[in-house]
Design a protein around this ligand. Structure first.
Ligand SMILES: Nc1nc2c(ncn2[C@@H]2O[C@H](COP(=O)(O)OP(=O)(O)OP(=O)(O)O)[C@@H](O)[C@H]2O)c(=O)[nH]1
Ligand SMILES: [Mg+2]
Length: 428
């Protein structure tokens, strides 16, 4: 199947069962996102339905009347696949599939499927297979289940639906162990490469953000390289790293990463541990958000922050870049600027705001090398603050001046600027 031709795309129907207090806008946004995921996976959306419910029916999720309605709509629209935004148990999946007379998958399986289609490197493919099998394992429950029901594979031969057939739990466990050990070998290599970079002493900056917000486009705009940019979700799975020159001529490394999404399946976060390590070890994160999709923007920003916390990267200094500002009406640009005071309004396409963003990167990350500070020896308070806030590498006294070599976090630098012994020299 070729998702680009529009032919052969599996007709699919989307269903979201959401809490009663959800606003209509959020409900729409949930379905729009599910639709974007479905078409990214190569399916053609032929209909959608929402049901607001205060509690989910554990057997079949939907209320009886709604189930009949959806069932009629699914067959009228000729859908052979129904995708639920809710997470489904295997029992629910089975019951829904027979009630709706179509293949049924949930959003998690759909995201895993997209990742499988986009995994081009060996590490990416290994990470995705591990995530897919981890998703699958608890769903098999020892029965020789008919795996085609497990979904997988929209327009792909690589989903679990296709690797299926004779798999059983023992074999899956064995395969999981093998994949894990392969991944840790690949991680070790990656670690060595990273150490080489660290030794080169270059500050490391990482682009993070919701999928399709324009991270790869920004990497290209900032470095003049040509990473794959697509109006699809999860185009980037591997973290590409490029060298950039900051406005003062100093070099830094800039990495692109896999996009985040709300409720990112946790098997994926776990499997992508090593890819995401570049995020954890960055000196600065540039959080890229799509300013052209204002609906749901705060939620998407929050979702990204949630994933950052989940991977232990929430303590890293961050700048927010609102991208695609070329698509925003001037009046709305002003409003956005006020609503997100600290954000940089940028466009990877028009180049607007890129210089300013680089200045901010230089300010917040370009200065990871140690400062040499001359502090009056009488200012014990400042000296102990430096010990608390930074990493003091050396201290000596010259007369009544303490000379400290100290690595300081970005937010403390301005405070100690006037004690700096010499201007920072650009590196290389
Ligand atoms: N108009 C406009 N479009 C942009 C801008 N930046 C990115 N885009 C478009 O937005 C879409 C997604 O861009 P990518 O750079 O692939 O986004 P990404 O964040 O890397 O996406 P994933 O890797 O899929 O998570 C593409 O169609 C880009 O052409 C921008 O500043 N202005
Ligand atoms: Mg990308």
């Amino acid at each position: 199947m070729d998702p680009d031709t529009g032919e052969d795309q599996e007709p699919c129907f989307l269903v979201a069962v959401i809490p009663t207090d959800t606003t209509d806008n959020v409900a729409e946004e949930t379905l729009d996102e599910l639709a974007a995921l479905a078409s990214t996976a190569g399916a053609r959306v032929v209909g959608r339905a929402v049901q607001k419910r205060s509690s989910l029916d554990p057997a079949i999720l939907l209320g009886k009347g709604k189930l009949d309605e959806v069932s009629r709509d699914v067959s009228a629209a000729g859908a052979t696949l129904v995708i639920f935004s809710n997470e489904l148990t295997i029992g629910q999946q089975d019951r829904l599939a027979s009630a709706l007379d179509a293949r049924v998958i949930d959003r998690r399986a759909l995201i895993l499927d997209i990742f499988a289609q986009h995994a081009h490197t060996r590490e990416g493919a290994t990470q995705v297979e591990l995530a897919q099998l981890t998703y699958l394992l608890p769903r098999i429950r020892g029965r020789g289940i008919e795996m085609s029901r497990m979904g997988g594979g929209i327009g792909t031969r690589r989903g679990p639906g296709e690797t299926k057939l004779e798999v059983d739990r023992r074999r899956i466990r064995k395969r999981i162990r093998k994949l894990e050990s392969e991944l840790s070998r690949m991680e070790a290599v990656r670690g060595t490469q990273r150490k080489l970079r660290v030794r080169a002493g270059l500050p490391s900056v990482c682009l993070v953000g919701y999928t399709n917000s324009g991270k790869s486009s920004l990497l290209n705009a900032l470095t003049g390289s040509s990473e794959l940019v697509e109006d699809r979700l999860f185009s980037t799975l591997d973290s590409a790293t490029r060298r950039i020159l900051l406005p003062n001529g100093q070099a830094a490394v800039l990495s692109d990463t896999v996009g985040f999404i709300r409720n990112l399946p946790h098997e994926l976060v776990a499997s992508f541990r090593s890819t995401l390590e570049v995020v954890r070890e960055a000196d600065l994160l540039v959080h890229v958000a799509d300013a052209a999709r204002e609906e749901g923007m705060p939620e998407r920003i929050k979702a990204v922050e949630g994933v950052l916390a989940e991977i232990g990267a929430d303590g890293i200094p961050r700048v927010l870049a609102l991208n695609k500002i070329d698509l925003v009406e001037p009046a709305d640009v002003t409003r956005l600027g006020r609503a997100f005071e600290d954000a940089h309004l940028v466009s990877a396409v028009s180049g607007a705001g890129i210089e300013e963003l680089l200045d901010a990167v230089l300010r917040d990350a370009g200065t990871t090398e140690a400062l040499i500070l001359e502090i009056p020896a009488s200012r014990g308070d400042l000296i102990s603050e430096l010990y608390r806030a930074g990493n003091v590498r050396a201290r000596e006294y010259r007369g009544d001046t303490a000379v400290l070599t100290v690595e300081l976090p970005a937010e403390k630098r301005a405070r100690f600027e006037r004690y700096q012994a010499r201007a920072r020299e650009p590196r290389q």
